[in-house]
Design a binder for this molecule. Structure first.
Ligand SMILES: [Zn+2]
Length: 508
């Protein structure tokens, strides 16, 4: 494998040397106006400023002194300060809602309570071992139960829940993974809180996933967003045979919910947001959002070399540096469509900073016509770029041609890309109906070119193939330029699961 890398490096070096030669020749023939006209310029010349910024940024963010950029750590704050000053320097403006480029995000880390119980007339019906607490404060809340089967959105919206305890079954009866159930439960809790409920109880009937495994979800303290108003008591109750479900569907109970010894730690960190207006007034409502998460996992177990800093060069210093390089390019050559650049915190804690941004975004989501998200596990091939989700959208048909201009190619590994589509910040935007692919360094599989680095201390600046980094950023800049200037931006294919959400959002 090492040999292979060395060979690639040499071929790219040859190519680079050729390019430098072309640059000298081209500069000697050009007036400044011709240079600005940028029509016949070889690609490598055009992107010199951006390329330098890209490489410096990756090295800087992946430096040991940032200690792996754990969410809300001194390292992530250093990264945030760097990104803010870069945006300011290149002339990217703050969005009016975030005049200092910062959107503060508050996280809560919740540790399991010492004691949780459902009580009736002061006597416990169900106690700690059979209950998992997902939110709520210490103390006692009480109210009459309302049972709503799976508690789908329509039924919660119709019900009178003021002062009530909402009881439902876990999940939606279709999705079959604990992660999906947790997500659905959060939506139910939010809705129930908006409707004035004092608590949400979800009944869990074990199937493929035993209760002990479900409970281990909470071990070590769980990160979430501190959502004011939505922090009502939220419990999962073990219900083999759905006996409690049967009971609550027949009987209304006056329930007390007692929580003792729950500990919550609060942290704040920032999403970093910058803005550039577009030049075409007719496209003023076609905002493009360029996003990347700048947090990583911090300091962890030392590897065989004694290295315990998880630098996150691939994941995701590269993505962040890419967005910064695009911002630099668009600051120099203003785009037709307005551009917003967002660097998210809290991705590694469960895609939290991006969820907060979408939910608390001052901009109407219907104005965001495309989210280009940049995130990376690693790369397997050094002539390749991967767009995760291209298969779901129309508008990527010419990607191969575009990349050919810079001697690169596109590859989207299937079916891997189908599952990876759900594992980065883009997914929140997709769920809202916004076309939202994740652009990544090129890979064909999660194999031994990726796994030794993925969420490992070895994911460092030193272990990156620098020649590939140069080709990658040229490819991405070239591709992005072509993409964002198209008459029609990429859009969900008819029949795609998000096509309908898009129709509702854009009323098309
Ligand atoms: Zn990661």
């Amino acid at each position: 494998m090492k040999k292979q890398l060395t060979n690639t490096f040499t071929t790219h070096r040859v190519r680079l040397t050729k390019m430098v030669g072309m640059l000298v020749l081209w500069l000697s023939m050009s007036t400044p106006n011709q240079i600005l006209a940028q029509i016949t310029a070889p690609v490598g010349v055009l992107y010199e400023v951006e390329r330098t910024l890209f490489l410096e940024t990756v090295e800087m963010l992946a430096h040991d002194s940032l200690e792996g950029r754990n969410t809300a750590s001194e390292g992530s704050r250093k990264a945030a300060r760097y990104l803010t000053s870069q945006l300011r320097e290149m002339g990217v403006r703050p969005n009016e809602s975030f005049p200092d480029y910062r959107q503060e995000v508050t996280f809560v880390q919740r540790w399991p309570a010492d004691y949780v119980a459902l009580k009736r007339y002061g006597a416990a019906m169900v106690e700690s071992g059979d209950v998992m607490q997902l939110s709520g404060q210490n103390g006692i809340v009480q109210g009459e139960t309302v049972f709503l089967e799976y508690g789908d959105r329509a039924s919660i919206e119709k019900a009178d829940l003021k002062g009530k305890v909402l009881v439902v079954r876990v999940g939606d009866g279709q999705k079959q993974s604990p992660g999906a159930w947790i997500g659905t439960g959060q939506e139910k809790r939010k809705l129930a809180a908006e409707k004035g409920a004092v608590a949400l109880i979800e009944l869990y009937e074990p199937g493929k996933f035993p209760w002990s495994m479900i409970r281990s979800y909470q071990k070590g303290g769980k990160f979430g967003l501190a959502e004011s108003g939505a922090d009502i008591a939220h419990l999962w109750v073990y219900d083999p045979g759905l006996e409690w479900a049967g009971h609550f569907s027949r009987e209304k109970e006056e329930l007390e919910i007692e929580i003792e010894g729950a500990r919550m730690d609060y942290f704040t960190d920032d999403n970093i947001v910058g803005y550039l207006p577009g030049t075409d007034a007719e496209l003023a409502d076609e905002l493009i959002l360029y996003t990347a998460h700048y947090d990583h996992v911090g300091i962890g177990k030392a590897d065989a070399r004694g290295d315990s800093i998880y630098n996150g060069a691939r994941d995701n210093a590269v993505g962040v540096a890419t967005v910064l390089a695009i911002a630099q390019h668009l600051a120099l050559f203003p785009p037709r469509r307005p551009a917003m650049f967002v660097f998210f915190t809290g991705e590694e804690k469960g895609l939290l900073g991006s969820r907060f941004f979408l939910e608390q975004n001052p901009i109407d989501p219907g104005r965001i016509r495309l989210n280009l998200n940049f995130d990376n596990g690693g790369y397997t091939d050094t002539d390749m770029i991967t767009i995760i989700g291209a298969h779901k959208m129309d508008g990527f048909e010419s990607v191969d041609e575009w990349l050919e201009d810079v001697a690169m190619r596109h590859y989207e590994p299937m079916p891997l890309a189908q599952s990876l589509f759900y594992q980065s910040d883009n997914i929140h935007f997709a769920r809202a109906g916004i076309p939202a692919p994740t652009v990544s360094m090129g890979f064909t599989a999660f194999n031994d070119m990726i796994l030794p680095y993925y969420h490992q201390a070895a994911d460092s600046w030193e272990s990156l193939d620098k020649a590939y980094m140069v080709n990658y950023i040229e490819g991405v800049l070239h591709l992005t330029k072509k993409l964002i200037d198209m008459e029609e931006l990429p859009y969900w294919k008819e029949g795609d699961p998000y096509f309908e959400a898009g129709s509702a959002l854009y009323k098309r």
